[in-house]
Design a protein around this ligand. Structure first.
Ligand code: RFL
Length: 400
């Protein structure tokens, strides 16, 4: 192995997901240099399907920073969702209640837009396919990040002022925080979801949540040709247990509603089991390392919040780094973790609340079934409960 050839850059960002790319783009927009290190190739991250539901505060914030142009042109706007239970559909018009809406835009399209902006428009330095990223000296004012270059196999060394750990749930940056300097709070739902992508147009103009004694089912448009479906299953279940026929039969049963058009079937192009769990790292920083997005907090896809939280962190962190590096103003960095965590915990609580509504009736426990249906009915009988739900679903509270 060759010896490291050191370089110097103010900020190293680990991970080119929505969080890392947004931070990188905000830095470049302020003419702050940074290097983004990504384990995968550009082609892989631009095609990796994941989330697709964006809250409108996040889209407005992207747009204010010049990052929302394509999204605003191409994303569908959703103003309602529908709960299906007891063989009937109940539409919940959250747009009418709040004046806000969701944008549906596949995460890979957002990542494609952000990479283009960072690399092609703002000439940002992104290094793809890196291996064995190592982080040292975080407690000093001059940390280093090392990695193996994809093409040459050479070990490279970057000296920097700050490290942004935006390498998702399975990255290395969270583990760089020494024992005793952060608390990791975890929650396991004890529930699995079979996450499916169907090569099929959406079967409704809105998100559908099926609450059924057999288990939860979800329908979420991704584009005019692709739809995401979820089916509750035992945690650790094998996706091979779910044949095409079994998947579509379960979806038809759990999403049944009198008078609703039948589901449009299509080839299942993704099929994997998620064991629903959450974690939160507190604080989200250590020395010169700042964690952002899934590296700092994982939230099960129950309430479609993960991508939104990743963007929230990235806006705050990008702005805070610029303020410090250009003006010596450290207030944003000092407040970063506390400010992010207020929204993170609020969304985690909503996710837990919604989980009981989705899954309670399938536990076999008549008491939990009774209370979860009461929770569901309340959304349609109490305007106060409906308004509170709409605000949480859209992440539109004025303060967190
Ligand atoms: P990402 O997107 O995981 O990006 C991290 C990047 O870091 C790279 N990486 C490394 N790079 C260098 N060195 C290493 N050692 C590295 N290790 C990893 C990875 O290759 C990757 O490119 O994290 P980020 O930026 O924090 O963004 C978070 C979101 O991706 C995530 O919260 C959402 O996708 C979660 N999520 C959803 N969120 C929503 O808001 N709405 C949804 O509808 C929604 N649906 C979902 C989801 C996540 C899913 N998966 C992944 C379980 C549906 C699914 C199936």
């Amino acid at each position: 192995m060759n010896s490291p050839s050191p370089e110097r850059v103010p900020v190293v960002v680990i991970g080119a997901g929505p969080a890392g790319l947004t931070v990188g783009t905000l830095l470049r927009a302020a003419s702050v240099d940074c290097v983004v290190l990504e384990a995968e190739s550009r082609a892989v991250i631009e095609q990796r399907p994941r989330a697709g539901v964006l809250e409108d505060w996040a889209v407005l914030a992207l747009d204010r920073r010049g990052l929302g142009h394509q999204l605003l042109k191409r994303a569908a706007r959703h103003t309602a969702c529908e709960f299906r239970f007891g063989g009937a559909g109940y539409r919940f018009p959250y747009g009418e209640l709040t004046g806000r809406h969701h944008y549906v835009y596949p995460q890979q399209s957002l990542v494609t837009d952000l990479v283009r902006e960072y690399v092609d428009v703002r000439a940002g330095d992104a290094r793809f396919g890196v291996r064995d990223v190592g982080i040292e000296g975080l407690a000093s004012a001059r940390p280093t990040v090392s990695y193996t270059d994809a093409e040459t196999g050479e070990r490279r060394l970057l000296h920097c002022d700050f490290v942004v750990g935006a390498d998702g749930a399975r990255g290395v940056s969270r583990a760089a925080v020494p024992e005793g300097h952060a608390r990791v709070a975890r929650h396991d739902y004890g529930v699995g979801w079979l996450a499916l992508l169907a090569q099929a147009p959406p079967s409704s103009d809105c998100v559908l949540f099926g609450v059924h004694p057999d288990g939860f089912a979800g329908h979420m448009a991704r584009s005019s040709e692709v739809t995401r479906y979820y089916l509750q299953c035992p945690p650790g279940d094998d996706p091979d247990n779910w044949s095409h026929a079994r998947v579509w039969a379960a979806l038809r049963t759990r999403l049944a509603a009198a008078g609703a058009p039948s589901l449009t079937e299509g080839e299942l192009i993704e099929k994997r089991v998620l064991d629903l769990h959450d974690y939160v790292v507190e604080p989200m920083s250590y020395g010169r390392l700042f964690l952002a997005g899934d590296a700092a907090h994982l939230i099960a896809p129950i309430a479609a919040k993960g991508l939104n939280l990743a963007l929230h962190d990235a806006f705050l962190l990008g702005d805070a780094l610029v303020a410090y590096l250009l003006r010596g103003d450290g207030r944003g960095l000092d407040d970063y973790s506390d400010t992010c965590l207020r929204r993170v915990w609020d969304y985690q609580e909503f996710s837990q609340w919604l989980s009981e509504l989705y899954h309670g009736s399938a536990t076999g426990d008549p008491f939990r079934a009774g209370t979860s249906f009461a929770r569901l009915r309340r959304l349609f009988t109490s305007p106060t409960a409906a308004a509170a739900f709409a605000e949480q679903y859209l992440g539109s509270a004025e303060h967190y």
